[in-house]
Ligand binder design. Structure first.
Ligand SMILES: [Zn+2]
Length: 333
């Protein structure tokens, strides 16, 4: 992995020395995984035949002024964001301004909205959007806002939560999967390079020596290790499919981790579930071949963990290490 250095760092005491170790926070990894899944699942769908009727029912359902205002504010934010990013035609910004009460014009606006954000809304909401995210209705105190959410769920065929939220969690719903942070284990300690850039004065296009800035980067090929802990077996297939999707997108460089992805940083490849890797003699465990196994941790024996693998205790809880098997050790290193 070559990545713009993750901002997060921890101090690790290793062999009596202290190291400042950069890592990829669990939340960053989960965020990238989730947004990749949201977009991909959402776009794999077509407009339903009964959509106009559904919108008409929706309009009836939220037929009170306060709910209408809440909904219109949410929708306006979404439409403005999409227009400002050039994804949606400017005319929709005008259309929503002119929408005094909810009427048939709403059908056109919502059609345009779902045309660009994807029609498979039952499968996935957008968790960062106020309009189109799932939330636990029982926890919404404002009655008018609850009405909007209930009507929106009906419009989007969502029972309570979309499948993406059921796995990754939502407001008022615990996630069914947890991730650890991803720590660099090969090489260990990881090498950090500092690049000095010259900033260009925008008015004169001259390089300004006073405006040097530093950027910390990691070179290509660092290996990070993290674990996913699935708390509900029903989602195993879904999680594996999602990781496969992320892995494919990463290989095509359609997804990056860390800052400045658009300028070529943050490319990565992802191995998951059952796989074998060869660590170099500069790794935390030395030169070794490790086999990782996606497995049920409910009745594991901690005594079976290889002594070498136990070195990873500085980063991860011991019970997770039972998923790692040493297949070959180079003796004498
Ligand atoms: Zn959702």
């Amino acid at each position: 992995m070559s990545a713009d250095l993750p901002q997060s760092k921890i101090v690790i005491n290793y062999n009596g020395k202290e190291y400042l170790i950069p890592y990829i926070p669990a939340t960053s990894f989960k965020g990238v995984l989730r947004s990749t899944v949201e977009v991909s699942k959402r776009k794999a769908g077509k407009s339903p035949l009964d959509f106009e009727n559904k919108v008409k029912n929706f309009i009836n359902d939220i037929n009170n002024e306060r709910s209408m205002k809440i909904f219109k504010d949410y929708l306006t934010d979404e439409i403005e964001l999409l227009v400002d990013s050039g994804i949606l035609d400017k005319k929709y910004k005008e259309m929503i301004k002119e929408l005094k009460e909810l009427d048939s014009k709403l059908i056109d606006i919502l059609k345009a909205y779902f045309d660009v954000t994807g029609w498979n809304y039952k499968e996935s909401c957008y968790i960062t959007s106020d309009l189109d995210r799932c939330e636990n209705i029982a926890l919404i105190e404002d009655e008018n806002r609850r009405k909007v959410r209930e009507a929106w769920n009906k419009l989007t065929n969502r029972e309570y939560f979309c499948n993406t939220c059921l796995l990754y969690g939502s407001s008022g719903l615990k996630a069914s999967v947890r991730f650890t942070n991803f720590y660099p284990i090969d090489p260990f300690p990881v090498r950090i390079d500092r690049l000095t850039h010259v900033s260009i004065d925008r008015r004169t296009w001259a390089a300004s020596p006073k405006k040097l800035y530093n950027e910390e980067i990691m070179s290509i090929g660092n290996r990070f290790l993290g674990f996913a802990l699935l708390l509900n077996d029903n989602y195993l297939t879904q999680l594996l499919e999602d990781l496969k999707l992320l892995s494919e997108k990463a290989n095509k460089m359609e997804v990056t981790l860390g800052g400045r992805g658009s300028t070529g940083y943050g490319a990565f490849s992802l191995d998951f579930n059952d796989f074998t890797i060869e660590l170099s003699d500069e790794s935390l465990l030395g030169k070794v071949r490790l086999k990782f196994k996606g497995k049920d941790l409910s009745n594991i024996s901690k005594n079976n963990i290889n002594e070498k693998v136990l070195l990873l205790k500085i980063f991860y809880p011991t019970y997770l290490l039972s998923t790692i098997e040493v297949v070959r050790e180079d003796v004498g290193k």
